[in-house]
Ligand binder design. Structure first.
Ligand code: ADP
Ligand code: MG
Length: 464
């Protein structure tokens, strides 16, 4: 039978039931229950189909073992092929409990156990992720300063650096370190009020408090904290009233010598979208940057995580992963979890080809980021037919200055270089020049279709 070609959302469970009826015939009852009971059909179009799965191990398993069956059943029921996608029910915490200290102290020998580990993010009562401790944090050249600052703060909250401001790119350990401070203080001082929140939660709580006339309670909650850990403050951008509220929260805690730890994806100087009086407070204490891990550290992180999972992988696999996933520890962990899950479920280590398949999306995402400034300068110079030397020269005629600004814009967008590193690569310009170039190009992209197209085109070429 074939169901209607364009089902509405209400039809999805019905369609999925039809598809699974087909599948049941081809699978053992046991296998069906294990791998398909928790799966739902969440989107369907003429070309695509998306299944929600409890964690990525389901995707792995279904892809490796049942994809053909699934395709056949889909074809039969829908009367046409669909591209099959997976979405994780709890993508963020998918692998949480499995890694480092919170991992169970035993081998993951059965599918069942891998599933259990995969599905239970371990959280302490104060909302901190249990594995975000100093013990679980691997130290290397690119994060030792930040870690030392955090340890100092954890040992003497409110006394050494206040506030402590952590900044750096996505997935480099800001949340981890900040929560490690929380754990450390909570463990050392019974009853210490450790409050961890993202700036988004702060904003939402604030809005709720206003709407429900609970402002007094809201203020009390935040201002009575002994330690306030506030994550991703860049998201306060555009929220003027939340910023103002936070300004007063900050002052109240600071005056009471309570520890404040902030994190952001960029240094205070670049938080130009936030209120100046707030930002100026951010570097009253100490700022520390987290940078992408070097290769030794990447291997060390992989080893530590594998050890926590009690999974053995060959040296070659560690090196392969460390070589291919460079810019983001979260992604590195994701890659390891997949490979480890595969190894554990199959009882054998995957080949390089298999790993490439398992990590296809991760590697693609990673490749997107691995553009360097040299490549950018070269490509932009070619495109505008100017000399490569003009990218770094002091010459300023418009036919050179604008391509150079575009190159700086792209360097900021596509590489992990800080403003001053980018400035250095452009003939020793200062970070203000880079910031200015970035804004100017962004502005012109908004106003001029042609500029937008050119930049988009260059970006796409660089990603190839
Ligand atoms: P950020 O907040 O900077 O985006 P997170 O703190 O969430 O990054 O880190 C991303 C993931 O990588 C987390 O699972 C974290 O535990 C892990 N991680 C980051 N840096 C390290 C490190 N040096 N050692 C061990 N795990 C790390
Ligand atoms: Mg974070």
């Amino acid at each position: 039978m074939t169901v209607d070609k364009s089902p509405t959302d209400q039809d999805l469970p019905f369609v999925w039931e039809k598809i699974t009826d087909q599948l049941r015939g081809d699978l053992s009852e046991d296998a069906f229950t294990r791998w398909f009971n928790g799966v739902k059909l969440i989107a369907l179009s003429d070309t695509d189909l998306t299944l929600s799965v409890p964690s990525h191990i389901y995707q792995l398993w279904i892809e490796s073992n049942y994809l053909d069956l699934l395709r056949a059943a889909t074809l039969y029921i829908l009367g046409g092929e669909r591209k099959i996608h997976f979405s994780f029910a709890n993508s963020d915490g998918a692998a949480d409990g499995a890694l480092c200290a919170a991992a169970p102290k035993r081998k993951l020998v059965t599918e069942q156990e891998v599933e259990e580990v995969e599905e239970k993010p371990a959280r302490a009562t104060n909302g901190l992720n249990l594995r975000n401790t100093f013990d679980c944090f691997v130290v290397g050249a690119t994060n030792q300063y930040a870690r030392a600052a955090c340890l100092a703060v954890a040992n003497q909250p409110g006394k050494t650096y206040n506030p402590l401001f952590l900044h750096g790119g996505v997935g480099l350990g800001k949340t981890h370190l900040m929560q490690a401070i929380g754990h450390h203080i909570a463990a050392k001082k019974k009853g210490a009020k450790v409050l961890y929140i993202t700036s988004e939660t702060f904003t939402n709580d604030f809005i709720d408090a206003i709407q429900n006339n609970q402002l007094v309670k809201f203020r009390k909650r935040y201002r009575q904290a002994d330690v306030l850990l506030i994550d991703d403050v860049q998201f306060l951008k555009g929220k003027e009233r939340s910023q103002e509220e936070f300004f007063h929260t900050f002052n109240s805690l600071f005056d009471g010598h309570k520890q404040i730890v902030l994190s952001s994806d960029r240094p205070p100087a670049e938080l130009a979208d936030l209120e100046a009086r707030l930002v100026s407070r951010f570097d009253w204490g100490l700022t520390a940057e987290l940078q992408p891990p070097d290769v030794e550290m990447r291997v060390a992180i992989l080893r530590k995580k594998a050890q926590a999972l009690e999974i053995q992988l060959s040296k070659e696999i560690f090196e392969y992963l460390a070589e291919r996933v460079r810019t983001n520890v979260r992604r590195l962990e994701g890659a390891l979890t997949r490979v480890a899950s595969y190894a554990s479920l199959n009882g054998s280590q995957p080949s390089v080809e298999k790993i490439e398949h398992l990590l296809k999306d991760i590697l693609a995402e990673e490749a997107r980021r691995s553009v360097n400034i040299d490549q950018i300068q070269k490509r932009v110079a070619e495109h505008f037919d100017v000399r490569l030397a003009d990218m770094t020269s002091k010459r300023r005629p418009a036919n050179i200055a604008f391509p150079r600004q575009i190159a700086m814009y792209l360097a900021r967008e596509l590489t992990k270089g800080s403003l001053s590193e980018i400035g250095d690569s452009f003939g020793g310009r200062d970070h203000g020049t880079v910031l200015h170039a970035h804004r100017l190009v962004k502005d012109r992209m908004k106003k001029e279709e042609k500029v937008r197209q050119t930049v988009g085109f260059l970006e796409a070429q660089l990603h190839r």
